[in-house]
Design a protein around this ligand. Structure first.
Ligand code: MN
Length: 252
C-alpha cells in the first residue's frame, strides 16, 4: 500500500512525524509531500499567482512552497509515479472540529485527495489549552492513531467522501474510546481582533480565537472530544443543504 502523508503545519512540524509513524504501521511505502512553511488556516486554497518550488529532502520526502492543496497536487502529479492508496493529512497541531473544517488546511488536503479519488483522512490533535503552541503533546494521536485509521482502510469510500479524525487532549490511557459522530457547530464568539500599534504608530490587527462558546450538541465531534473520545467524522465535498432545496425552489 502506497501512502502519501501531508499536513498544513509544514514539513518540520512534529505532528507530521506522528502521521508518518502512523502510516508506517500500515506500509513501508510512505511518501511525504508537505508545505515548506506553516499553512494553518489556508483552507482549500491554491497557489495561482506565483510559481511553486519543489524541494527534495530525500527519496520520498519533499516540501512545496505553497499550500496543503498545492502539496497534494504536487504529490499526485509530480512526485508519485502512480496514485497512492491512502492520503493521511496531519497530525494537525490543534483541533479541527465543527466549522474549523472550512478553514483547515489539514482537512482541505484530505478534500483534495478525495477530489482525486484517493481514500483520504485528516487527523488533528486537540490542544489541552490555548496558547500551548509547540508544547502540544501528540501522545494521544501516537497511541490511538492506528486504532482510528485501520478500520477505514478496507471500507468503501463513496466519491467525494473523506474522514476527519480528532484526538482529544488527554493522556492516551484516559481516552474512553472512539466515537463516530457528525460535524458540530459552535455557538458564537468565533473570532475577535487584537489591535496594537506598530513601532511607527500605525495600527495592526491579529485574529484571535479566545472566548469561543460552545454547547456540546449531541453526537457531534465537539461533544465527543469534550467527553474524552477520539472523534471520527465522515465528511463529504457536496455541501448542498438538502433541507432547503424545496423551500428555496419555491422562491423562484
Ligand atoms: Mn495547522
Amino acid at each position: 500500500m502506497r501512502i502519501l502523508v501531508t499536513n498544513d503545519d509544514g514539513i518540520h512540524a512534529p505532528g507530521l512525524a506522528v502521521a508518518e509513524a502512523i502510516a508506517r504501521r500500515f506500509s513501508d511505502d510512505v511518501w511525504v509531500v508537505a508545505p515548506a512553511d506553516e499553512q494553518s488556516g489556508a483552507g482549500h486554497s491554491l497557489t495561482l499567482t506565483r510559481p511553486l518550488r519543489l524541494r527534495r529532502h530525500d527519496d520520498r520526502r519533499f516540501s512545496v512552497s505553497g499550500t496543503p492543496t498545492d502539496s497534494v497536487m504536487m504529490g499526485l502529479l509530480e512526485v508519485l509515479g502512480s496514485p497512492p492508496d491512502l492520503i493521511l493529512s496531519g497530525v494537525n497541531r490543534g483541533a479541527n472540529l465543527g466549522e474549523d473544517v472550512t478553514y483547515s488546511g489539514t482537512v482541505s488536503a484530505a478534500m483534495e485527495g478525495a477530489l482525486a479519488g484517493v481514500r483520504s483522512i485528516a487527523m488533528s490533535q486537540v490542544y489541552a489549552r490555548e496558547g500551548e503552541g509547540d508544547a502540544v503533546r501528540f501522545t494521544c494521536a501516537e497511541a490511538w492513531g492506528e486504532r482510528a485509521i485501520r478500520p477505514l482502510l478496507d471500507m468503501p469510500f463513496a466519491p467525494g467522501m473523506l474522514v476527519n479524525v480528532n484526538f482529544p487532549a488527554l493522556p492516551a490511557d484516559r481516552v474512553k474510546g472512539i466515537r463516530v459522530v457528525g460535524q458540530g457547530m459552535r455557538d458564537y464568539g468565533r473570532a475577535s481582533l487584537v489591535k496594537h500599534k506598530d513601532p511607527r504608530g500605525f495600527p495592526y490587527y491579529w485574529l484571535s480565537f479566545h472566548g469561543v462558546v460552545e454547547t456540546g450538541g449531541h453526537d457531534t465531534d465537539l461533544e465527543a472530544v469534550a467527553d474524552g473520545y477520539v472523534a471520527v467524522t465522515p465528511l463529504h465535498l457536496d455541501l448542498t443543504y438538502r433541507d432547503a432545496l424545496t423551500s428555496l425552489a419555491a422562491r423562484y
